[in-house]
Design a protein around this ligand. Structure first.
Ligand code: G3H
Ligand code: 13P
Ligand code: NA
Ligand code: ZN
Length: 323
């Protein structure tokens, strides 16, 4: 069946790698994730956002994840699969997912005043732990780019708060803010420098803050949101075939490799999958304009996605071979 994150994170901590947390909203994304993780023998966290619930229906996604467990076995490997609520914002939403069979939830109270974040997170933990469901909390706020207005404003996690937060709440893992952000425009080009090949290199993540946090709560599982690397090859294909994705910059893979070797045990990736899928669909519809069977473009999109996820497990997170 579906498993919580406890044993996954213990092994990831000891083995110095990170578990991939891939978002899914539809069947093709789920299949690509499972195929990739079976082929690379990687444990995996399937994440459902509030947006995914609205798009696809929570019940359907929950049973799709159950199907994923059977699908993995059918493909030849019984890998550990966790079904996790991404960015839960209320107790009621977390409870609804727990009651329906999710094995892990995130309660994101990071925008709230500290004491309210503690109280809300504690309430979710008290409920979740009765059912052996693990809980991710968050301290610090990721910068966001909304309506094409880029607000360069991270509220980095305050290392002095983490002991108090994990003790008072009882959370199983902690998401932190050290310079990552959601979406495909994580940095403005003018914040970056160019390397010898002319590739834009963004400012590094705040590993100094991560190290401070690790000192305060040694061995405690840390989570990184906003960790897509935004591969330029997908952006180029999208734009070649009629798209207009501008100034897309992600977290360089070497930064993510370094994070995976630390106490970071879960790395969230959604945007890269969106880019891969869109690149495939755009290329096919552009080059084969007579095609109108969705399987003819969603099938290849699923293949591109699978290759992306395999690359993440093998070359970035180090989770390949751990299941
Ligand atoms: O954290 C955000 C994830 O990428 C999910 O995004 O709410 O558009 O599904 P979404
Ligand atoms: P990206 O937008 O960088 O893929 O981040 C996804 C995420 O953090 C989901 O919670
Ligand atoms: Na790690
Ligand atoms: Zn996130």
């Amino acid at each position: 069946g579906l498993v919580n994150t406890r044993e996954m994170f213990e092994k990831a901590m000891a083995g110095k790698y990170a578990i991939p947390a891939f978002n899914f909203n539809n069947m093709e994304q789920m299949q690509a994730i499972i195929q990739a993780c079976v082929e690379t023998a990687s444990p995996v966290i399937l994440q459902v956002s509030s947006g995914a619930r609205k798009y696809a229906n929570q019940t359907i996604l929950r049973y799709m994840a159950q199907g994923a467990v059977e699908y993995a076995k059918e493909l030849g490997r019984n890998i550990p699969i966790c079904l996790h609520l991404d960015h839960g914002d209320t107790f009621e939403l977390c409870k609804s997912c727990i009651d329906m069979g999710f094995s892990s939830v995130m309660i994101d109270g990071s925008h709230l005043p500290y004491d309210e974040n503690v109280a809300l997170t504690r309430k979710v933990v008290e409920y979740a732990h009765q059912f052996d469901v693990t809980v991710e909390g968050e301290l610090g706020v990721l910068a966001g780019i909304e309506d094409e207005v880029s607000a360069e404003h991270h509220t980095y996690t305050e290392p002095d708060q983490v002991v108090d937060f994990v003790t008072k709440t009882g959370v199983d893992s902690l998401a932190i803010s050290i310079g990552t952000s959601h979406g495909a425009n994580k940095f403005r080009p003018e914040q970056c420098t160019r390397n010898a090949e002319g590739v834009l290199v963004p400012p590094p993540l705040r590993f100094d803050i991560l190290e401070e946090i690790e000192k305060r709560i040694p061995g405690f599982p840390i989570v990184l949101h906003g960790s897509s690397s935004v591969p330029q090859k997908y952006v180029d294909i999208i734009n070649k075939y009629g798209g207009a994705v501008k100034d897309a910059i992600g977290i360089p893979e070497d930064q993510l490799r370094k994070a995976a070797e630390s106490a970071v045990c879960k790395i969230n990736i959604d945007s890269d999958g969106r880019l891969a899928m869109t690149a495939a669909v755009r290329e096919i519809l552009w080059t084969k304009p007579a095609e109108f069977d969705p399987r003819k473009y969603l099938g290849p999109a699923r293949e591109w996605l699978k290759e992306l996820y395999k690359h993440k497990c093998e070359k970035v997170l180090g989770s390949a071979g751990k299941a």
